[in-house]
Design a protein around this ligand. Structure first.
Ligand SMILES: Cc1cc2nc3c(=O)[nH]c(=O)nc-3n(C[C@H](O)[C@H](O)[C@H](O)COP(=O)(O)O)c2cc1C
Length: 249
């Protein structure tokens, strides 16, 4: 059973090479509309979307993320976790804003921002565009806050580089369904170990055969090298998030 939406979802690949063609204002408006119609926790709409068009700011984001290729994208969004608007509402009504500073509300704004981000990606792909979601803006979250003049109770969570694809990368194989989809209770480690062995071989074949940047790497190697690379990385994150007024209790 399939349909055009399922077909599109299962054909997703991140695009990092773009034709030199900007998105129109109308396309951007449609993408924002698609984001805004995503489900939103407690109907609180706890995110903001910043279109970055200033080349100097884009260059800085390229430096922070290490993804200088974003300069060639047709459009760049920064997706911001946002309780600031709701703080304004609380103040206007003399309502106690205590809860807005909680872990619970930080998580809610992260959920909302992430779900809106994926809606933008799916909508963009339906328009013949492609792109890459970028967590690497967190390499210097404080600098991102300054660049975008982000107020209290906002935090820059993800970038999205979008544009007309200049290539069509191979689909990256995902884990076998049985390794991620269980019934009633969490699956057994022994089953996972078996599934991983065949998935490791599949990922190694993908990296060996893909047309660009081919290398020898299994999924297990990938996870282990991610862990090693992550040591001490973004150690300041909790402090910056708290400085913005989130996760105070
Ligand atoms: C939250 C999130 C953050 C990501 N951050 C980056 C990033 O900083 N740089 C990048 O090149 N890709 C980034 N990606 C894209 C992933 O690397 C990509 O989705 C993954 O390798 C699977 O490849 P595919 O999207 O082509 O299927 C991110 C994806 C997500 C969901």
């Amino acid at each position: 059973m399939t349909n055009p939406i399922i077909d599109q979802l299962t054909q997703h690949r991140s695009i990092r090479n773009f034709q030199n063609k900007p998105l129109t204002n109308e396309q951007v408006a449609v993408l924002v509309d698609a984001a805004q119609h995503a489900s939103t926790s407690t109907f609180s709409q706890q995110y903001s979307i910043i279109s970055v068009t200033d080349p100097e700011i884009l260059k800085e984001i390229g430096r922070i993320s290490g993804h200088h290729w974003l300069m060639n994208a047709g459009h760049y969004f920064v997706m911001v976790a946002d309780q600031h608007r709701n703080l304004r509402i609380a103040k206007a009504h003399d309502s106690d804003p205590f809860i807005l500073h909680s872990m619970d509300k930080f998580l809610a704004s992260v959920f909302d921002t992430a779900i809106a981000t994926e809606n933008i990606m799916v909508a963009a792909e339906s328009m013949g565009l492609g792109g890459t979601i970028m967590g690497s803006i967190l390499n210097d979250s404080q600098k991102m806050i300054e660049l975008l003049n982000l107020p209290e109770l906002t935090f820059p969570l993800l970038g999205i580089a979008l544009g007309y694809p200049a290539d069509e990368p191979e689909l990256k194989p995902r884990l076998p369904k049985e390794a991620v989809h269980f019934r009633n209770q969490y699956g057994s480690d022994e089953n996972f170990d078996q599934q991983l062995a065949s998935y490791d071989a599949l990922v190694a074949a993908y990296y060996k055969h893909r047309s660009s940047n081919d290398r020898t790497e299994t999924f297990s190697h990938h996870i282990v090298s991610e862990l090693a690379a992550g040591h001490g990385r973004r150690a300041e994150l909790v402090d910056v998030i708290r400085k913005q007024g989130f996760m105070l209790h």
